[in-house]
Design a binder for this molecule. Structure first.
Ligand SMILES: [Zn+2]
Length: 520
């Protein structure tokens, strides 16, 4: 393969030795020269090819440090009824969705909340039938406790007037037989069918999601989803169809199996590597399950839910770290963050797995005295800027103005912590430029409005910092000699505050491993 010289570009390298350049030379998967076009031409082998980037703005490929890619892929292929306020709107959405499916395909999805629809009767299969465009339909409620199936779907599932009633579920019936509303264990056949379809369809769905990531300038992910996803990535790679790089986290429930199999964090290569094990210290703010040191503003008795306390956390970390596996612990509330840091301090004191780079996922509301401990303990803060934009009003209502470092990426970074950014898609958009906008523009007032970060630092959050978190800072995250040739060409300068804070930059070309993988 000939060398490729990418010229006529405005390159932000994030390489301290040469921060700005206008050309780079790629040989195979790697950058072999950076600088002026003349320098790169002089270094090129005979027969090199030159690509004119038309004055475009180039940054290192972006990495999403926290994404549920299979969850995202499935959500894209399912009917989404979240936020729907009445039955008519649900029916309109069903019809629009069903009409574009291939013949015979199931309509799955839902996540509807019929409590908000103010119906004076239960949902019925006949509410779905006229809008199903000839497809079997099986939708699940937002809390997954019930399913709503059309007449064709019931027939396909083999559910009819002879189907037995179970003690821990309820198959709703009327004079015409099952109504299509399946509660609790009666909905089990729907769940099983959805799982089966997802397992069978995961590879093409992941491939679609990866293409979408490339179109947003994302060249690598730290994927939070579990083993079946890892198998699908491997299958794509074996067929030469894996276009972006994957650092795959381990489900807590798979930890023993991973240890048994001898897997350790950082194993693998530049395309697929083993990540840390994901643990949960608490829940989420909106459901009052984030663990706080003082009660919620609107619930004077309630300090949230501790999923693993500091002793249990320390035990898990010792088990994992003893086998060379780092942890990535979900912690939202200040009490949860304190517990994780305490546990990691204890493990460090014992000297177990000293070279591991443990992470706290979200690190949303941190006690001020804990801010410097991230750097002291070498803990990566894995944060999702768009959560701040989405939750700022909620956080203000539930936390009031108590003194916490909330979404404090700037304070954490200033205290020396590694701050890696991600999306948490499908909970939020997977667009990293929306993340850079959220991190730099920083909505909200008072305590919640502090902590905007400089554009260049936000860019580090999607490049050098994820590379550090995955032990790859010597090959990824910069455009330097010897690094992987992963980069994005944009139509505007993301290091310009006006561009960053408005999110007004669009990817034009995405290159991974020296090859153009996506082009506008
Ligand atoms: Zn997540």
């Amino acid at each position: 393969m000939p060398d490729i010289l990418y010229a006529n570009a405005r390159i932000t390298t994030l390489w301290p030795a040469l921060p700005a350049a206008d050309a780079l030379l790629v040989r195979g998967e790697r950058v072999v020269a950076v600088g002026s076009a003349a320098t790169c031409r002089a270094a090129a082998r005979r027969g090199y090819r030159e690509v004119d980037l038309g004055g475009g703005y180039v940054v290192p490929g972006l990495t999403d440090s926290h994404i549920h890619l299979a969850g995202y892929a499935f959500a894209e292929h399912q009917l989404d009824l979240r936020g729907v306020c009445d039955l008519a709107e649900a029916q309109r959405r069903l019809q629009a969705f069903a009409q574009r499916l291939p013949a015979g395909a199931w309509v799955f999805g839902g996540r509807f909340d019929a409590n908000r629809w103010q119906l004076d009767r239960p949902l019925h299969r006949r509410d779905l039938d006229p809008f199903s465009a000839g497809h079997p339909v099986a939708l699940e409620s937002h809390d997954s406790h019930s399913a709503w199936v059309n007449t064709q779907g019931l027939a396909a599932l083999g559910i009819d007037e002879h189907t037995a009633q179970q003690s821990d579920g309820r198959l709703e019936r009327d004079a015409d037989g099952p109504t299509g509303l399946l509660r609790e264990s009666a909905a089990e056949p729907v769940r099983a069918l959805v799982t089966e379809h997802q397992a069978a369809g995961i590879e093409p769905m992941l491939a679609d999601a990866l293409r979408e990531l490339l179109a947003h300038g994302v060249t690598g992910v730290h994927d939070i989803d579990g083993r079946e996803t890892a198998a699908a990535y491997r299958a794509l790679r074996e067929r030469g169809e894996l276009p972006a790089r994957v650092h795959q986290l381990i489900y807590a429930g798979d930890l023993d199996a991973a240890i048994e199999a001898g897997e350790a964090t950082g194993d693998g290569d530049r395309w697929e590597s083993t990540g840390p094990v994901k643990l949960f210290a608490d829940g989420a703010l909106g459901s009052h399950t984030a663990a706080l040191s003082a009660p919620y503003e609107d619930a004077p008795e309630d300090t949230g839910v501790v999923m693993l306390d500091r002793v249990e956390l320390a035990e898990r970390v010792l088990t994992a770290a003893g086998a060379g596996i780092a942890v990535a612990v979900h912690a939202i509330g200040d009490a949860a963050n304190t517990a994780v840091l305490d546990a990691l301090a204890e493990v460090r004191r014992r000297g177990v797995g000293a070279s591991l780079r443990h992470r706290i996922e979200h690190a949303q509301h941190v006690a001020w005295h804990d801010v410097p401990r991230f750097a002291e303990l070498g803990v990566v803060a894995s944060m999702q800027p768009v959560h701040h934009s989405s939750d700022v009003a909620l956080a203000a209502a539930l936390l009031g103005d108590r003194p916490l470092a909330s979404y404090a990426w700037s304070d954490l970074a200033a205290a020396g912590a590694h701050v890696a950014f991600g999306s948490d898609a499908p909970v939020e958009t997977l667009d990293p430029i929306a993340g850079i906008k959220a991190a730099t523009a920083r909505a909200g007032t008072g305590e919640q409005g502090r902590n905007a970060i400089a554009p260049l630092q936000a860019l580090h959050g999607y490049t050098t910092q994820p590379a550090y978190a995955s032990y790859e800072e010597h090959t990824k995250g910069r455009l330097a000699v010897g690094y992987l040739a992963d980069f994005v060409v944009l139509d505007a300068d993301l290091t310009d505050p006006d561009v960053a804070t408005s999110g007004a930059a669009q990817p034009q070309v995405t290159v991974v491993g020296g090859r153009v993988r996506w082009q506008r």
